[in-house]
Design a protein around this ligand. Structure first.
Ligand SMILES: Nc1nc2c(ncn2[C@@H]2O[C@H](COP(=O)(O)OP(=O)(O)OP(=O)(O)O)[C@@H](O)[C@H]2O)c(=O)[nH]1
Ligand SMILES: [Mg+2]
Length: 313
């Protein structure tokens, strides 16, 4: 463990890969590892990217990676795929697309697939982001599909959220109504080479204009085309501008506090769940105590007694 940490801190990519594997598979020592690297995290710019399947999120991240690398910054790409294993093909496609970056020591790409619950996926995504951050990666791009709760959870820990749409004939704007409007910091209308792109940009702007944005960030609506690289530089500039805005308005400090709070709560909940598992379930104690409840003891008093007991050990 100490040796792995030393190599991690020395910036060895294989150590980072190993740390991520430990996180992803919940291997023994994970918590200790995370606690040791956590203090090094907190500097990266985390950009969440969401949008319907096929909107062009991966293509966009690929292009964005080029632009960010040209600025001399390092990039981490995390693709969160809640539908795996069935979409192994999509991930494979992303791998091939990102291949031009695989020789680049300044780019680290990782796909995460569901193992068990979606909640578990969101948790390991957060921890993987912490690892990349602690490793010293400057910008972390996180791709998720759709707007399920686990995506929203991931977006919460991002410093900026991009919502990617395409110029669909009219129903494009319909699609963003379902809860996604609130989480967007920047809207991207990708595939702007297709018909109706300008109309879609206008429609989103029209929807945004119905709200009052006085004193708050009004999400800009950008148009991109990843095939010929239109609008990508502008997208990065807008992201940088948004980060400055967050810094200068104190929103960044506020977001950091909120993140630390939710991290703390989540770690606590996890620890308690583990204690219940170890102290009551694994050893069959819950079933023994159940006998007493069956005899008439009330479950509240019993739960209180058991909680006190497992927390003491
Ligand atoms: N015409 C056009 N096609 C694009 C553009 N960007 C991406 N595509 C195509 O759209 C398809 C989907 O692109 P991806 O980048 O895989 O989209 P995605 O949102 O990551 O897809 P999932 O990860 O499966 O949800 C591919 O065939 C791309 O070549 C664009 O700007 N214009
Ligand atoms: Mg993709």
């Amino acid at each position: 463990m100490t040796e792995l940490l030393e190599r991690f801190c020395a910036g060895e990519r294989r150590a980072l890969a190993k740390v991520i594997t430990i996180i992803e598979n919940n291997l023994p020592g994970k918590n200790e590892l995370l606690s040791r690297i956590y203090p090094r995290a907190g500097k990266a710019f985390v950009v969440g990217v969401t949008g319907a399947p096929g909107a062009g999120k991966s293509s966009l991240l690929d292009r964005l990676t080029e632009v960010i690398r040209r600025r001399g910054l390092t990039v981490g790409v995390v693709a969160v795929d809640p539908t795996s294993p069935f979409t192994g093909g999509a991930i494979l496609g992303d791998r091939i697309r990102m291949q031009q970056h695989t020789m680049d020591k300044g780019v680290f790409v990782r796909s995460l697939a569901t193992r068990g619950s979606l909640g578990g996926l969101a948790r390991s995504a957060k921890e993987v982001i912490t690892a990349l951050d602690a490793f010293g990666i400057d910008v972390i791009l996180v791709e998720t599909v759709g707007v399920g709760q686990s995506e929203v959870d991931i977006m919460k820990i991002s410093n900026a959220t991009l919502v990617v749409l395409t110029p669909a004939g009219g129903d494009g704007v319909q699609a963003i109504k379902a809860g996604i409007m609130e989480i967007a910091d920047i809207f991207v209308v990708n595939k702007c080479d297709l018909p109706n792109a300008e109309k879609t940009v206008r429609e989103i702007n029209g929807m945004l204009d119905m709200d009052n944005w006085a004193g708050v960030w009004r999400p800009p609506v950008l148009a991109t085309n990843t095939l010929v690289n239109t609008g990508i530089d502008k997208l990065w500039q807008t992201l940088e501008y948004f980060r400055e805005y967050q810094k200068s308005t104190g929103l960044m400090a506020e977001a950091r506090k909120a993140k630390l709070r939710s991290d703390l709560l989540e770690i606590l909940e996890n620890e308690i769940r583990l204690k219940v598992q170890k102290g009551l379930l694994d050893n069959g104690r819950l079933d023994q105590e159940l006998a007493e409840v069956l005899e008439g003891a009330d479950p509240y008093t019993m739960a209180g007694k058991l909680l006190k007991d497992i927390l003491a050990h």
